[in-house]
Design a protein around this ligand. Structure first.
Ligand SMILES: [Zn+2]
Length: 163
């Protein structure tokens, strides 16, 4: 996604298309690479269900999703998945295992999903980030709500596929 002003020289709308989804400033040559942005997700099994959050922000405001978010500078993706899980649900994820790396082609993200060690039970889950999350709930796998992102559905289907 290109900004209005060039970060190199500050000129407004200086962009020319140089192919492969990139633009370059006509004045100073600064290139906006637009590489996919990594997003870390946490799949936290609880009993025979999975922990989901109801999003407080767009995209998908009001819909359910796997906990997760962008990586902090120099943060490993598994650490980001655990941090986001804890921030959004107050659950401390243990032993993250990589379960999916998927290009979110429409929004130019790269989703990196980790499954945490299953919890036996979770009483009255709450969020520690009410500005990001409206609600936290454990859903049975055969009664999942409408999710904000179809790729989250695909990840859940793959992770919990019957052998
Ligand atoms: Zn420039």
């Amino acid at each position: 996604m290109k900004p209005r002003h060039c970060a190199g020289c500050g000129r407004p709308d200086p962009w020319e298309d140089v192919g492969q989804g990139r633009v370059r400033c006509r004045a100073c040559g600064f290139v906006v690479w637009s590489n996919p942005v990594p997003v870390a997700l946490a799949v936290q099994p609880v009993g025979r269900g999975v922990l989901l959050v109801r999003r407080a922000q767009d995209p998908g405001r009001g819909l359910w999703a796997l906990p997760g978010g962008y990586l902090n500078p120099h943060e490993a993706p598994e650490d980001a998945a655990r941090r986001e899980l804890q921030e959004e649900t107050a659950v401390v994820g243990r032993h993250p295992q990589l379960v999916a790396v998927v290009g979110g082609l429409r929004d130019n993200t790269l989703i990196i999903a980790y499954r945490m060690e299953p919890l036996v039970d979770l009483q009255a889950p709450v969020t520690a980030a009410p500005e990001e999350v409206l609600d936290v709930q454990v859903f049975s796998l055969d009664e999942l709500p409408l999710l904000a992102f179809s790729v989250h559905e695909e990840i859940l289907a793959a992770v919990f596929k019957e052998p």
